[in-house]
Design a protein around this ligand. Structure first.
Ligand SMILES: [Zn+2]
Length: 344
């Protein structure tokens, strides 16, 4: 299944506004050259649209490709989601695998512990997947490292709902000082491909409590109370894909203050945020080599216009200019597979 399409021009405007805001926090960490690219990112975007101007897709633009740029993080997430959904369709079709969604987390840590915590979690994860019981049945995984920030000084209702069991155990209630205030939670979201026999052979099936026990053992942290594992039903593949492909850090979290930004920046810079193993790795290579085109949806739109979207900072908006495609461009942009990024 392919992620839902929305009007890309409507989507990029709030991202450009975020890019402008985030630049103020990011600039001191960037080289002079990158500062320029980051600041200009998305000031120019190129789209094609149908004659009725209803359907559009992005075909280019000046993008900085910085991981901490909201525009580029968003574009990368869409690109990863597209790749992952094609890969999962192909693996299911060719190897009859089933999918599980696993979330692994450890207790929140302070800013100065984040880096070592991520190292520990990586090691624990490797250990977990070397376990015979796991290794025997898992055909591969796509793993995403994500981090959230808890910036609530007091326990508020929504947080309380989410962490109720935890707070209750600590004897805390709404309005109390939040014990995880100013802490970070790095965690893994994982899609697992399993053999069909995972579900119909009790020797292969791993219960939630077993996952929890194993995660505790490999992390050495027995205070962990939660492991989330669920089967991904065929129709829900899109949700799992979105969860893996979405950004590692939300701008809302990362942009709280210069200190918080710096923690995110230092702990995620240069890190491999999505890792693929086994069949996922194999099929991701096939995807990149354009060998999975038969699993990609064909783009049936007939493009007629080229749209230049230029950012006008005095208006905080894009100014659009529609130009009819030339015959050559018509050939170039029509009858393609539904991947808006393959043209760049
Ligand atoms: Zn960018």
């Amino acid at each position: 299944m392919t992620p839902k399409k929305q009007d890309p021009i409507a989507l990029i405007k709030p991202k450009k506004l975020e890019n402008i805001r985030m630049y103020e926090l990011a600039k001191e960490h960037l080289s002079e050259k990158m500062q320029e690219l980051y600041r200009d990112c998305g000031s120019f975007n190129l789209f094609v649209s149908t004659l009725d101007k209803e359907k559009k897709k992005m075909i280019g633009g000046n993008h900085c490709k910085n991981r901490f740029c909201p525009i580029c993080a968003w574009r990368k997430a869409r690109k990863d989601a597209m790749a992952l959904s094609v890969v999962m369709d192909a693996m299911h079709e060719e190897h009859d695998v089933k999918y599980l969604f696993l979330t692994l987390t450890t207790p929140n840590v302070r800013a100065d512990e984040v880096k070592s915590e991520i190292v520990n979690m990586n090691n624990a994860f490797q250990k977990l997947f070397k376990r015979r019981k796991v290794d025997r049945i898992i055909q591969g995984y796509a793993r995403k490292l994500e981090m959230t920030y808890d910036g609530n000084p007091l326990i508020t209702t929504p947080l309380f709902d989410k962490k109720q069991a935890y707070y209750e155990r600590l004897g805390l209630k709404v309005g109390d000082e939040n014990p995880t205030y100013d802490t970070y939670n790095p965690h893994f979201h994982v899609v697992l491909a399993v053999k069909k026999s995972y579900f119909n052979n009790s020797k292969n099936y791993i219960k939630r409590d077993e996952w929890l026990d194993m995660w505790r053992e490999v992390t050495g942290d027995y205070t962990i109370t939660q492991v989330h594992i669920e089967r991904i039903k065929e129709k829900q593949t899109g949700n799992a894909v979105a969860e893996i492909a979405k950004y590692s850090a939300k701008s809302n979290d990362m942009g709280v203050s210069p200190e918080v930004f710096e923690t995110f920046y230092n702990s995620l810079k240069g890190k491999q945020v999505i890792a693929y193993s086994g069949l996922f790795k194999e099929y991701m290579l096939k995807y990149k080599a354009n060998e999975l085109e038969q699993y990609m949806e064909k783009d049936k739109n007939e493009y007629f216009y080229k749209i230049m979207a230029n950012w006008r900072s005095d208006q905080s908006d894009f100014v659009l200019e529609y130009i009819e495609l030339t015959e050559l461009e018509m050939l170039k942009y029509n009858n393609k597979k539904f991947d808006e990024f393959d043209i760049e």
